[in-house]
Write a protein that binds this ligand. Structure first.
Ligand code: ADP
Length: 397
């Protein structure tokens, strides 16, 4: 079956067409600047050159039409429309309602709407993508795959904040966690690479991209993760603060005479390694180059980042009563031996050692731990689109 995977943002739409038999990507691409001047679709059919078409896209319906046109046109299309057997949608927030992927119907759409106040920028965009596909491909089954679902196994002691319990009951204020599709995919893959049943393993997955999170996966179930009610909590990220004392918000507002919205923007968009490096960069390639040249701004930011990751690894080792393997994934985790090395240097308390040669790996599955390491360290490239396609196939086959 050919599965169309859709990741719909407020002004962008990423897509991949995946063959569920071979798991090969048949075509992948991106619609940018939907609803804004200068919109374009960029896509690459497998084995061919990248194609860019500048086309007005006033809304997501038009974007989906262009995706279908790109996939099916006579000149460089890759399928007939009737061959697309199902559509898998990445949905950011499933609240407590969704603990696994589900086939989309009106009831599911209503439930996604109901939790939209927990992800006001993302869920409405995801729903627009669902509606647009419904319109352009009526009758084709669709599946919702939630970023939060994998973390729904967290016990209450891990997901509750120390707030009055009534705030959880009334408003659902709790830790949900994100990147769940990635944490689930990587932990399962790690068990396969280790040649063990996941039920016999204690794993820590470090998803280190522009957004970053860590999760503790015990016996195949997530028991804790670093992101919270929103993706702002936890690690220091590209531009997000991660954990801070909530009193900082009021303090900055008074000092700078600013609003809650201003400070929220500061915490999300101008902080993290970007802010810590005095606005040098949020990109780890730039920070790594500067760090190696002795730049103090880069050193300060990267050191705070690696410290925080190691601190979470320590706390999750305590939470699970041990750890068998630590996995690195996403842009930084898959590609930056430098940053991985700095994190692992901080893990000597676990008896972790790194094989410097192996740690040069980029974007490939590989053990990077030394032969004498007491804990396995490994790089496992994530593949959220494939995970979405697999769930979609399972529910629609
Ligand atoms: P997101 O999906 O959260 O936007 P990604 O997982 O794509 O993020 O990761 C983006 C990050 O990965 C950027 O900070 C980028 O610098 C980093 N990255 C990508 N390649 C490398 C590399 N070779 N060395 C260091 N960092 C890298």
């Amino acid at each position: 079956m050919k599965i169309l995977v859709i990741n719909c943002g407020s002004s962008s739409l990423k897509f991949q067409l995946i063959d569920s038999d071979t798991e090969a990507v048949i075509c992948k691409g991106l619609c940018e600047r939907i609803g804004i001047d200068g919109s374009q679709i960029v896509y690459t059919p497998a084995g061919k050159d990248k194609i860019t078409k500048v086309e007005p896209m006033p809304d997501h319906n038009k974007a989906i039409e262009l995706v279908i046109e790109a996939l099916t046109n006579a000149e460089n299309g890759v399928v007939e429309l009737s061959e697309i057997g199902a559509v898998g949608h990445r949905i950011v927030h499933g609240g407590e309602k969704f603990t696994k992927s589900v086939v989309i119907n009106e009831e599911v759409i209503k439930a996604i709407e109901e939790v939209s106040d927990l992800a006001p920028l993302h869920n409405p965009a995801n729903l627009i993508g669902i509606r647009a596909c419904e319109k352009v491909m009526p009758g084709v089954p669709m599946v919702a795959v939630f970023d939060t679902a994998f973390h729904q196994t967290m016990p209450q002691e891990a997901y509750l904040y120390g707030l009055p319990y009534s705030y959880y009951e009334k408003y659902g204020i709790r830790r949900y966690g994100f990147h769940g599709t990635s944490h689930s995919y990587v932990s399962k893959r790690a068990a396969q690479i280790l040649g063990k049943d996941i039920k016999d393993l204690k794993l820590i997955v470090c998803h280190l991209g522009n957004g970053a999170s860590v999760s503790a996966v015990k016996e195949g179930k997530c028991i804790d993760t670093s992101m919270g009610l929103t993706p702002l909590e936890g690690l220091i990220m590209g531009t997000r603060t991660g954990d801070i004392d909530p009193s900082v918000v009021e303090f900055i507002m008074k000092k700078e005479n600013s609003t809650v919205a201003d400070v929220t923007n500061l915490l999300n968009k101008k902080s993290g390694v970007f802010g810590l490096s005095n606005d040098l960069s949020s990109d780890f390639r730039d920070l790594e180059d500067a760090y190696l040249k002795g730049d103090e701004n880069a050193k300060r930011a990267v050191d705070a980042f690696t410290y925080r990751v190691a601190k979470y690894i320590g706390s999750y080792t305590a939470a699970m009563g041990g750890v068998d393997a630590i996995c690195f994934t996403a842009g930084v985790g898959e590609n930056s031996g430098f940053t991985r090395g700095l994190i692992c240097e901080r893990l000597s308390f676990l008896g972790a050692t790194v094989d410097a040669e192996a740690n040069k790996v980029r974007g490939e599955e590989k053990f990077i731990s030394g032969a004498d390491s007491k804990v396995k360290l490994l790089v496992v490239p994530t593949n959220e689109e494939l995970a979405i396609a697999r769930d979609t196939f399972e529910l629609c086959k």
